[in-house]
Each structure stands twice: as structure tokens, then as C-alpha cells.
Design a protein around this ligand. Structure first.
Ligand SMILES: Cc1cc2nc3c(=O)[nH]c(=O)nc-3n(C[C@H](O)[C@H](O)[C@H](O)COP(=O)(O)OP(=O)(O)OC[C@H]3O[C@@H](n4cnc5c(N)ncnc54)[C@H](O)[C@@H]3O)c2cc1C
Length: 478
């Protein structure tokens, strides 16, 4: 005989504990609602593992960090799978949604109460709560490089704010969700259950009455769990949210319209050692929001992978990896993709089609990135293009225009959005202006999936502002 399924009752069920789930949980729990958060990944103490290390990738990333959107070319992507979601592994860079995009989305998707003013109010709340701030001292050399190169070329650059608290002893502490809003939610009475994957939602007419889950226990065994709820928020991120909805039979405009910021990289060698501990906080914004230039995590492993992307002879550069750092250029893409849950498989199929326009924007992005790095004093540039010429001077960059083809480009992204878009334009959206899934009374999405387009800036700020707004709307409504 099968053992009885453990059953838990809650007022509000939140699935996923990242940027979307944690903001929702803290807002609702503080307002006195009974909240249960289910998170597929483990609880990892934010101080336990070295940031950007292999151990961190194994513990906190989905599939150890190697996922891909299929297409020509395929695009590697990464997302978090732990309590706190991708906020535990991101670089903490923070930006508000550009006001012109808020206006454009409000108009194109007919989103109620979505102007720059409304979002600005929520952004302010988030910024205060998460101590969004700038570096108290001068930037590290890896960041100053970008500012220096941009100034030489007469281009604009800015130091981005970050979700960091700076302690008096000089320690910079990233304010991830496991450090901030999840403890806030727990203090206000929320329950956070780690290692608990929601397999599907249980439906009764136009209501979701619960979720069927698989909980992994400390001894490695697993057990089924049924969570019954009055209200359900799916906050599992831009790939897993649509996959869960589709597995539950909810498909209308769900998983279509995936957007991302496709990204090219360069491993840049300098004639003296450069720091590798932090991610540069400067961004070259001369071409934003269509094209943004910045710096990546550059531990030894990242440097080795970036050098290998060019397929050039990089033995000498790797031997001097202390002098090498990795930089990127990301575009707003006019292409789009899909997330499709496949029967019998745990992971969805993710696809993305870049347009010809995207390919030429990426080539331009690579050349501009090369220009700024050479202007800043880099002596050798290894592009993320198989067989791409190693550039030692501006005259070499012309080769890159034709080199970045669908067969040779090595692209990646860490910004995925737009798989359950919001708005009253029902032909283009999966949920209403406040994230309620069309056709359901008590099912809401509240994460990166909701942004109707890629924001052209680091997305966690725009996501958190929209999620906080939707949470307030829910409290006023239900
Ligand atoms: C390496 C990296 C660097 C980044 N750097 C920046 C940056 O500097 N600035 C910035 O603004 N953004 C950055 N981002 C992006 C940003 O972190 C994300 O856009 C944001 O966290 C997305 O929020 P979310 O709530 O939609 O998803 P997530 O934060 O990814 O949270 C989703 C959570 O849901 C859980 N989940 C999924 N499926 C299920 C299920 N079936 N049952 C239970 N739980 C489930 C996942 O395990 C995950 O923990 C970065 C991302 C990465 C990966």
C-alpha cells in the first residue's frame, strides 16, 4: 500500500524564492498573510562558498551552470537553483527600468498603472530595503579600465549601483535574498521549504487548489508532498515558470516570446596584473539600452574558458592569466525564443532565434568592446568567436565584422525574461496587468517572466519593482 501523501495547508503558496519569490514573500508575510515558499534548490549559507567558485556553481546553479537555448547559434545561459535563486549567484548590479521602456511597454501591451512614476516608487522602496549603493572608494582596476577606455574615446560610462552593503571593516556584502528578504519573510511568519520541487499545479475549474511536489529529505530520499493553497504565485524564473504552467495544462501565451540579452565576450590581456576578486561595476553606456558594455567574473576558470572560446593559441596568455580579465557586450535582441515542457523530461526545451539584425548588432558590439579595451591599454584581445583573429591593435578589429557568423559565434546570457508577458492586450500576454494568469481567479506569476521585453539593463531591479507593485495590488484586492 502506498504511504499517505503529506499535506500542508496555506493561505498563499509561493513557488520559487529568487528575486520575484522573495519580494512577494516578504511583502505578503509582513502584511499578515500566511505564506509558504517552496524552493527546488538547497538552502546554502550565503557565506559558505567562495563567490564565482566551482563549488558555488555545483551547489547553486541549475545543471551546474551549463544550460543552452537551442538555435543557430545555440546560446549558453545560467540561472540559480537554490534558496534565493539567481540573486545568490548574480553580480549584484542594479539599475531601474529606463522610463522610456516603461512608457513603451505600457502603451504596446496596455499595462494598467505601469508608468515610470509608479515603478519609480517601488524601485525606491526596494533600493532602501536592499541598501542599493555605490562603491565607497575608488573602483578596482578591472572596472576603471572601462571608464578609462570610454573617456579616451569620448564615450559615456557610469559606475552602476549594486545591491551591496559596505561594512566599516571594508567588507562588501552582497544583499542576496537569502540574507535579506527571505529572513524578513520568515520573521514575519513565512515558512520556506528548501529542496522541494513543484511538479505540477492542481486545478479545479478556474482555481488552482494546490501543488504536487517532490521533497528531497536530508538522507537523500524523496517523498511526495501536497500543498493546498487559497492563492498561488509562480516565481520560478523565466524558464521554469512557463514549464511548470505547461506541465499543469496551462498553455495560452505561456512560454512564447522569450527574450534575453545575447552577449559576446573578450578575454583582454594587459601588460601588468589586474584584479580578479570582484565584477567590474562600470558600464559603457554610450550605446545603451541597445548595447551595453561591461565586465564579467574573471576567476582563473572564467579566464581559461574565455580564452578557449577564440580557439587561438592562448597558452602564453593562460600562463599569464593574472594579466587577463573578461569583458562583455550585450545587446537588446529583436529575436525571440520559446520554452516548451516536454512530456517525461524534467527540464524544458529552450530555443532562441537571433535575427540577421541581431547578428550584425553582435558584430558591432564585439568591435566596440574591442575598441574600448584597446583604448584602455589592453595588449591582446581574444574574442568569443571560433577562429576569431586575436586583436593587438585597432587595425585587427576589422576582421571581426565578418568573423561573427552563426557557425562561429560563442554567445551566452544570464538575463532571461518575457515568457508570461503582462498586459490587457490578451493576444500578446499570458497574464493581466498585475500578473494574474488569464482564465484563473487565484493563480499569479510574479518574476522575470512578466517583463514584456528584455529591459536592456541588468534586470533584477525592474523585476523587483514590478513584483512589489503586483504584491501590493494583490493585498488590496484579495
Ligand atoms: C550569473 C548571473 C549573474 C547575474 N547578474 C545580474 C546582475 O548583476 N544584476 C541583475 O540585475 N541581474 C543579474 N542577473 C539576473 C537576475 O539575477 C535574474 O534576472 C533574477 O534573479 C530573476 O529573478 P526570478 O525571480 O525570475 O528568478 P530566480 O531569481 O532565478 O529564482 C527562481 C527560483 O525558482 C526556483 N524554482 C524553479 N522551478 C521550481 C519548481 N518547479 N519548484 C520550486 N522552485 C522552483 C529556482 O530554483 C530558483 O531558485 C544575473 C543572473 C545570473 C544567473
Amino acid at each position: 500500500m502506498k504511504p499517505p501523501v503529506e499535506t500542508v495547508d496555506t493561505d498563499v503558496l509561493i513557488i520559487g524564492s529568487g528575486a520575484g519569490g522573495a519580494v512577494t514573500a516578504a511583502t505578503l508575510a509582513r502584511a499578515g498573510r500566511t505564506v509558504t515558499v517552496l524552493e527546488e534548490g538547497p538552502w546554502v549559507d550565503p557565506d559558505a562558498l567562495e563567490p564565482f567558485s566551482l563549488q558555488e556553481m555545483v551547489a547553486k546553479y541549475r545543471h551546474g551552470g551549463s544550460c543552452a537555448a537551442l538555435g543557430r547559434p545555440a546560446i549558453a545561459f545560467a540561472e540559480g537553483r537554490c534558496v534565493g535563486g539567481s540573486t545568490e549567484i548574480n553580480s549584484g548590479l542594479y539599475h531601474r527600468l529606463p522610463p522610456e521602456l516603461a512608457e513603451e511597454w505600457q502603451r504596446d501591451y496596455r499595462i494598467d498603472e505601469f508608468g515610470p512614476e509608479v515603478l519609480g516608487r517601488y524601485a525606491e522602496r526596494i533600493e532602501q530595503e536592499l541598501a542599493v549603493s555605490r562603491l565607497p572608494g575608488p573602483p578596482p582596476e578591472s572596472s576603471a579600465v572601462l571608464e578609462r577606455g570610454a573617456t579616451k574615446l569620448g564615450w559615456r560610462s557610469v559606475e552602476f549601483a549594486r545591491v551591496f552593503r559596505y561594512e566599516s571593516n571594508g567588507r562588501a556584502v552582497k544583499q542576496t535574498m537569502a540574507r535579506t528578504l527571505l529572513p524578513t519573510a520568515i520573521e514575519a511568519g513565512a515558512r520556506v521549504v528548501a529542496d522541494c520541487r513543484v511538479a505540477r499545479l492542481v486545478r479545479s475549474g478556474s482555481r488552482i487548489v494546490g501543488a504536487r511536489c517532490e521533497q528531497t529529505l536530508p538522507d537523500g530520499t524523496s517523498r511526495p508532498l501536497l500543498v493546498r493553497a487559497d492563492h498561488v504565485f509562480v516565481c520560478a524564473g523565466a524558464t521554469q515558470t512557463p514549464a511548470l504552467l505547461q506541465r499543469s495544462g496551462i498553455r495560452s501565451n505561456i512560454g512564447r516570446g522569450l527574450k534575453m540579452h545575447p552577449t559576446v565576450k573578450i578575454a583582454a590581456r594587459f601588460d601588468s596584473p589586474i584584479d580578479h576578486g570582484d565584477v567590474p561595476m562600470h558600464r559603457v553606456t554610450e550605446f545603451s539600452p541597445g548595447l551595453t558594455i561591461g565586465g564579467s567574473a574573471s576567476r582563473r576558470g572564467h579566464v581559461a574558458l574565455a580564452l578557449a572560446d577564440s580557439d587561438a593559441d592562448y597558452a602564453d596568455a593562460l600562463a599569464h592569466w593574472d594579466n587577463v580579465a573578461v569583458y562583455y557586450a550585450a545587446i537588446r535582441s529583436e529575436g525571440s525564443g520559446r520554452v516548451i515542457a516536454l512530456p517525461g523530461l524534467r527540464s524544458p526545451l529552450v530555443t532562441y532565434q537571433l535575427t540577421e539584425g541581431d547578428m550584425s548588432r553582435l558584430a558591432r558590439a564585439l568591435v566596440h568592446l574591442g575598441e574600448v579595451l584597446l583604448a584602455a591599454g589592453a595588449i591582446e584581445l581574444y574574442p568569443s568567436v571560433t577562429g576569431g583573429v586575436v586583436a593587438r591593435g585597432p587595425e585587427d578589429l576589422v576582421h571581426w565584422w565578418d568573423a561573427l557568423t552563426r557557425n562561429r559565434a560563442n554567445l551566452m546570457t544570464v538575463h532571461l525574461t518575457s515568457t508570461v508577458r503582462i498586459g490587457e492586450n490578451r493576444s500578446r500576454t499570458g497574464a493581466d496587468s498585475f500578473g494574474r494568469v488569464w482564465g484563473f481567479d487565484n493563480l499569479r506569476v510574479n518574476d522575470a517572466s512578466l517583463l514584456p521585453e528584455a529591459p536592456g539593463v541588468n534586470p533584477q531591479g525592474p523585476i523587483m519593482a514590478v513584483v512589489a507593485r503586483n504584491s501590493d495590488h494583490f493585498l488590496a484586492d484579495a
